[in-house]
Design a protein. Structure first.
Length: 158
């Protein structure tokens, strides 16, 4: 049914739960996974005038951390015997959701599985929701894997 599943990962428990769900789906459908990590430069870009000076050191650390996230996620997928590749995106010009939708179009993905914290109310307004933006703009179906009370997770299709 889905031969190519895109899975944005950030190493968080919610992201890892979404990855586990994507692995289950991939095993069921004989799918290939593409793991995507986006280096978030936005906090640096909007910080004090130190962006230019700190960017080399901090960006290097962010990239290294992203590579570790991808390596750990890939190891989980490899252990399950599912075909997988990884992609690290490093761009200060747009949101995570922009990169997810662009990669989904270019690869081309048939499904996106993404972990979400399921924030509501003021938390959502203040934090924004990359997952919500992915749902709004994705060229393919999106499966949101949402954190619920008590640290459990719940799959919701959009």
């Amino acid at each position: 049914m889905y031969s190519r599943i895109l899975v944005p990962v950030d190493g968080s428990p919610t992201s890892n739960a979404g990855l586990d769900e994507a692995i289950k789906l991939a095993k069921q459908f004989g799918s290939r996974l593409r793991l995507l990590h986006v280096v978030d430069q936005m906090p640096l870009a909007v910080s004090a005038e130190g962006f230019g000076v700190m960017s080399v050191d901090v960006l290097g650390l962010l990239k290294e951390a992203g590579e570790r996230v991808l390596a750990d996620a890939k190891a989980r997928v490899d252990a399950a015997g599912v075909p997988v590749d990884t992609l690290l995106v490093d761009s200060p010009n747009s949101r995570l959701s922009d990169h997810v939708t662009a990669v989904a179009k270019e690869w081309p993905a048939e499904l996106i599985v993404i972990g979400t914290h399921g924030r509501r109310g003021i938390g959502r307004v203040l934090m924004g929701s990359d997952a919500e933006q992915v749902v709004r703009h994705a060229p393919v179906p999106v499966l949101l894997y949402r954190a619920v009370e008590g640290g459990q997770t719940d799959a919701a299709s959009a």
